[in-house]
Design a protein around this ligand. Structure first.
Ligand code: PLP
Length: 433
């Protein structure tokens, strides 16, 4: 029962350093957030000790009385958080992550080598939506299924729904996937439903990025149109790292969907559920069902819009010119900078961002932009005025990146890196977290 700091000071020290990095820096990664203390307590609890393969009241191990209660509670809260009628929707809360949730959903909906269409990765889609390159089928979603990506209108940088419908008439998909990792606008689910129906295809939304905003009803409702909705729980939803799969139960098309989804999660794709994580999900869903959640989600969007407006005011180019959700895609190509350079400079300055492909990039390996998100800043109670200050820091980081690019290999660059690195180390050393 000795604490971590006694049993393993080396790991404790790494946790302390990471804690300081998270507390002292500005977290702008759009897929990250800061979970509540309550969620982390549940996630770090004794529930990690228990095996519970199967579903509530149908387990392959004994001793699951309380685990059953927990999973039933988590499912109930998931349906409540997304305003779903339990007669029409069910949910599986066992997926270990968004990727496993997606693969389990594909396993439930498709036969091997069936056809699916998802937003292409360079246009903001996720790897698990069928991504492959000219050289390689590198994701399970393209290895085990036939995949055709749809994309953005090069002029508007919005999803080209008409082109998608035309592609679908030739490709005849069995599944259309919507949702993205880097798309700053909302989705036209009605149009996607129409296209899916033309081919008797399923429609699945992966709302990993936006689920916290969907729960708050700040974005269009995918549940109105989709057969299956998947999400991660750790992005805008602010929970532990995991996934959820929602499935429709009503209508002829969905008769056995519940069984197919549950069987796809276990035993097809996973073993025993991570009960400590399910407890963390339940706690975060409780928080996402409270009236204060709506205010949080509204503020996330307002902050993203304030950030976007400030960058535009400074003359920068954003994909689609702004945002409807929590993220901003900043196109650095007009400045002659790559996303990776600005990401590195950000690291030295304590501003955490990630390089990201922007529409029209020649290669996804050398992304021409960066992705910014406001979920974590908003969890720290930042408002629009604070975010405008952050936009100014970003503006200065980019100007610094330009200067350093010009001075590549020079003493100025080396000195800067040395000072920035020593400063960071100094802070970590000086501060007992
Ligand atoms: N789906 C989308 C849209 C994502 O953006 C991500 C992760 O960034 C995932 C799925 C995968 O989630 P995970 O990293 O939990 O496997």
């Amino acid at each position: 029962y000795a604490p971590l700091s006694e049993v393993d000071p080396e790991v404790q020290n790494i946790i302390d350093k990471e804690t300081w990095r998270q507390y002292s820096g500005l977290e702008l990664i759009a897929s990250e957030n800061l979970t509540s203390r309550a969620t982390m307590e549940a996630n770090g609890s004794i529930l990690t000790n228990k095996y519970s393969e199967g579903l509530p009241n149908a387990r392959y191990y004994g001793g699951n009385e309380w685990i059953d209660e927990l999973e039933i509670l988590c499912r109930k809260r998931a349906l409540e958080a997304f305003h779903l009628d339990p007669a029409k929707w069910g949910v599986n809360v066992q997926p270990y992550s968004g990727s496993t949730a997606n693969f389990a959903a594909l396993t439930a909906l498709l036969q091997p080598q069936d056809r699916l269409m998802g937003l292409g990765l360079p246009d903001g889609g996720h790897l698990t939506h069928g991504y492959y390159t000219a050289k390689k089928k590198m994701t399970a979603s393209s290895i085990y299924f036939q995949s055709l990506p749809y994309g953005l209108d090069p002029q508007t940088q919005l999803i080209d729904y008409e082109a998608l419908a035309r592609q679908a008439r030739i490709f005849k998909p069995r599944l259309v996937i919507c949702g993205a990792s880097a798309y700053p606008r909302d989705w036209d689910y009605a149009s996607l439903r129409k296209t899916a129906d033309e081919h008797g295809a399923y429609l699945m939304a992966d709302i990993a990025h936006t689920s916290g905003l969907v729960a708050a009803q700040e974005l269009a409702d995918p549940f109105q149109y989709c057969d299956v909705v998947t999400t991660t729980t750790h992005k805008t939803l602010r929970g532990p790292r995991a996934g959820l799969i929602f499935f429709r139960k009503d209508g002829d098309n969905h008769k056995d969907l519940e069984k197919r989804v549950n069987d796809a999660v276990f035993p097809a794709c996973q073993g025993g559920p991570h009960n400590n994580t399910i407890a963390g999900i339940a706690t975060s869903l409780l928080q996402a069902s409270q009236p204060s959640w709506k205010a949080y989600a509204k503020q996330v969007v307002k902050n993203a819009q304030a950030l976007a407006a400030e960058l535009v005011k400074n003359g920068y180019k954003l994909q689609t010119g702004g945002t409807d959700n929590h993220l901003v895609l900043w196109d650095l190509r007009p400045l002659g900078l790559t996303g990776s350079k600005v990401e590195k400079v950000g690291d030295l300055l304590g501003i955490t961002i990630n390089k990201n492909a922007v529409s029209g990039d020649a290669s996804a390996q050398v992304p021409g932009g960066i992705r910014l998100g406001t979920s974590a800043l908003t969890s720290r109670n930042m408002l629009e005025d604070d975010v405008r200050v952050v936009a100014d820091f970003l503006h200065r980081s980019v100007q610094l990146s330009l200067l350093l690019q010009k001075e590549a290999g020079s003493k100025l660059l080396k000195d800067f890196v040395r000072v920035a690195t020593t400063e960071t180390e100094g802070k970590v050393g000086a501060q007992k977290v």
